[in-house]
Design a protein around this ligand. Structure first.
Ligand code: ADP
Ligand code: NI
Length: 216
């Protein structure tokens, strides 16, 4: 039964995200789902809640729905109820989706659970390392941002509003978010993987500045 719910959800999400922008496309979901399964090997939690949430966490991005932060949880909940998932599981999945994003974590977060910790780590791992770098420049290009501008200072601890409204070059995003994630990881395995990916980003930045300054 559980596996059938997960399979049906995967098909629903894959179909719905067919034309999604590439930061939150099916491949992002598949990577987060895989990261979730990896973390579940060493963490004790409700596997179905974790996998369903990994699959549904970006079903509708509030950025593209006039900032409506309820739309993702609503669509996820309607779908899960329609295939017969029990109400307790559905509410738990909705709570996690509402509270797990980096943006949400800059505001007031009132909900916590082991399952949230796992899926949040899985999502954060996809925002750092080589994939994280690729996604950041892809997003910056989509927004027509500069890759870097040494005249625009870097800000480290933006408020939720400032984070949402920043127009800064993509390199700044490393300091606004990517390099902060390592110390926000919830699970031991997540922390280990994040540490490696963090080092990779640091070495990328060092190389980037070197090339920028015309060093060989
Ligand atoms: P979250 O849902 O955790 O708040 P986002 O939806 O903001 O994450 O981000 C989706 C992807 O786009 C991530 O890989 C993120 O790092 C990247 N991204 C978000 N904002 C920016 C930005 N200002 N510049 C570059 N990349 C960004
Ligand atoms: Ni995501």
């Amino acid at each position: 039964m559980q596996n059938s719910f997960i399979e049906q959800t995967a098909s629903f999400v894959k179909e719905r995200l067919k034309n999604a922008e590439s930061g939150h496309d099916w491949w992002h979901i598949q990577r987060v789902w895989n990261n979730t399964k990896l973390l579940l090997e060493t963490e004790d939690a409700d596997r179905m809640v974790c996998e369903l949430t990994a699959l549904l966490h970006d079903i509708a991005d509030s950025k593209f729905h006039h900032g409506d932060e309820q739309i993702g949880p609503r669509i996820a909940g309607e779908f899960l109820l329609s295939i017969g998932v029990d109400a307790t599981t559905v509410v738990h999945v909705q709570q996690i989706i509402l509270n797990m994003s980096f943006k949400a974590s800059l505001g007031e977060v009132s909900f916590h659970s082991k399952e949230l910790e796992i899926v949040q780590d899985a999502d954060r791992l996809d925002a750092i390392g080589a994939i994280g770098i690729a996604r950041a420049f892809n997003y910056g290009g989509f927004k027509n941002r500069e890759i870097y501008n040494p005249e625009i200072p870097v800000e480290q601890h933006l408020t939720k509003e400032a984070y949402k409204n920043t127009q800064a070059p993509t390199i700044n995003h490393f300091y606004e978010k990517l390099l902060l994630l390592r110390d926000k990881m919830n699970t031991p395995t997540g922390r280990e993987i994040a540490a490696e990916r963090h080092r990779f980003m640091e070495s990328f930045l060092q190389q980037f500045y070197g090339e920028w300054n015309g060093e060989r």
